[in-house]
Design a protein around this ligand. Structure first.
Ligand code: NAP
Length: 460
């Protein structure tokens, strides 16, 4: 199974054999969960050097335990639409690992949500949360509900029904959900309101990504996008490059994309393309980020509406063709597997210098290989987009202290966290024999802290 090239020693061979066996068992026990298999494979492959160096992880079954969620909750979400028709969606919460803190991870509302998607996201979240250096375990959830095209009333009734069940399983020291695709400030607000109504007392730390007026943290809205750019900036700086004067393509036009674009523009980059799930826009003059923000966040319109206000820009139907646009830096910030091997080859042929994954698992395993084999600087999601959950943990800290920090204070902590994640990933990659491979570095750095905590806490 492992495709990361490791020096062959007896320890490496036994680590590879052990990891391959555990991976095969996972595939058999979780049939048809392809996204989950993909996420596990990516992490397992890069852990070979860590298992070869520390046989104690093998002896204590850490891999078998870390890849089995501590708890998987699936529930029905009945609600009534504007026509009075009863609808039923399926809700999920996967409480994956609590070795280093309460479960923490977003909720995704999208028709594609199923057990495999929630498990892949929850599994990645364990390592991402560990990388932040903050005390948060890994979890994820969501529902196969599509907020697009629904009225405010429908979204409210759905989220209230969702929270009625979810509230039985969460708590500010147990499990603290946040947003993800399809779950923004509006949905978090409705869920917070419902939790408050059906539980005793005001528990500010029950959710993160809240409105600023009721316990939210300044900079949380911007955190994942800004953090993505802070990480990539470090990656570029190490090689004598920078955002300044570079052309950038950012997929998506949601929370992560908008604020990645805003920060990249502030650093002197020209944003040439962004997208939604229908198509993409190209603006040779540089995309006006404020227009995109207003159209998507305030007016909830499609990205095609951009060209009505900026006639020099072009709209192209079909979101995946965005990767045909030549650029120096590519920031996939929409969804999983949006860059396949063909898209990666086109980006390389167009001389892309760096790829930073703002979305979760946006590149297929084969696409990552193409980038790495062609000298493209590659920042993996769990390191690059960890800024969102890091600021969520800072929101939890502020809620516990009943304090609010300024935008500048949170932003400077975010920047420091992203720089530390970058440095720790570089260092782990070097220490474990894969210099410059940030996939290996981030996975090992994230894994070691969780594995050691699991060892210290015994078999539970
Ligand atoms: P969002 O605000 O809902 O925006 C998602 C964007 O991606 C939208 O423009 C959406 O277009 C597009 N998109 C969704 N599904 C797509 C598909 N199948 N094909 C093409 N485009 C698609 O979500 P977000 O919070 O920015 O999250 C984006 C990614 O970042 C996800 O992978 C998420 O897990 C990851 N992430 C988010 C955070 C966070 O703090 N929000 C933190 C870490 C990682 P439409 O409007 O047409 O649907």
């Amino acid at each position: 199974m492992p495709t990361v090239v490791n020096q062959t020693t007896p320890d490496t061979q036994s680590a590879e054999t052990y990891i391959s066996q555990v991976f095969e068992t996972i595939k058999q026990r979780n049939p048809n969960e392809y996204e989950f298999h993909q996420a596990v494979k990516e992490i397992f492959e890069s852990l070979v050097p860590a298992f070869a160096k520390h046989p104690k992880y093998m002896e204590n079954g850490i891999l078998e335990r870390i890849s089995e969620p501590e708890r998987v909750i699936s529930f029905s979400v009945p609600w009534v639409d504007d026509e009075g028709k009863v609808r039923v969606n399926r809700g999920f919460r996967v409480q994956f690992n609590s070795a280093i803190g309460p479960y923490k991870g977003g909720l995704r509302f999208h028709p594609s949500v199923n057990a495999s998607i929630v498990k892949f996201l929850g599994f990645e979240q364990i390592f991402k949360n560990s990388l932040t250096g903050l005390p948060i375990g890994g979890g994820k959830g969501g529902a196969d509900f599509d907020p697009k095209g629904k009225s405010d009333g429908e979204v409210m009734r759905f989220t209230q029904s969702f929270m009625t069940e979810l509230s039985k399983h969460i708590g500010s020291d147990i499990d603290v959900p946040a947003g993800d695709i399809g779950v923004g400030a509006r949905e978090i607000g409705y869920m917070f309101g419902q939790y408050k109504k059906i539980q005793k007392g005001y528990e500010a730390g029950i959710l993160t990504g809240k409105g600023i007026g009721y316990g939210g943290s300044l900079t949380r809205t911007e955190a994942t996008g800004y953090g993505t750019v802070y990480f990539v900036e470090e990656m570029l700086k190490d090689k004598g490059l920078s955002f300044n004067g570079s052309t950038v393509v950012v997929s998506g036009s949601g929370n992560v994309s908008i604020y990645a674009m805003e920060k990249a523009a502030q650093l002197g980059a020209t944003l040439v393309a962004c997208s939604d799930s229908n198509g993409y826009i190209y603006d040779k003059n540089g995309i006006n980020v404020e227009t995109v923000r207003r159209l998507k966040e305030v007016e909830r319109k499609r990205i095609s509406a951009y060209v009505d206000e900026h006639p020099d820009a072009q709209y192209h139907e079909g979101c995946s063709d965005i990767w045909l646009t030549p650029c120096d830096i590519a920031l996939p910030c929409a969804t999983q597997n949006e860059i396949d091997v063909e898209a990666a080859k086109v980006l390389v042929a167009n001389s892309v210098k760096a790829v930073g994954e703002g979305a979760n698992m946006p590149s297929t395993l084969q696409a990552i290989e193409v980038f790495q084999n062609n000298g493209v600087l590659f920042g993996p999601a769990k390191a690059v987009n960890a800024g969102g959950v890091a600021v969520s943990a800072l929101e939890m800290a502020q809620n516990s202290m009943r304090l609010s920090w300024s935008f500048e204070e949170v932003d400077s902590k975010l920047k420091e966290i992203m720089t530390t994640i970058y440095r720790n990933s570089v260092e782990a990659a070097e220490n474990y024999g894969h210099p410059d491979n940030l996939v290996v570095g981030a996975n090992i750095a994230g894994f070691l802290k969780v594995a050691d905590a699991m060892l210290e806490q015994g078999v539970i």
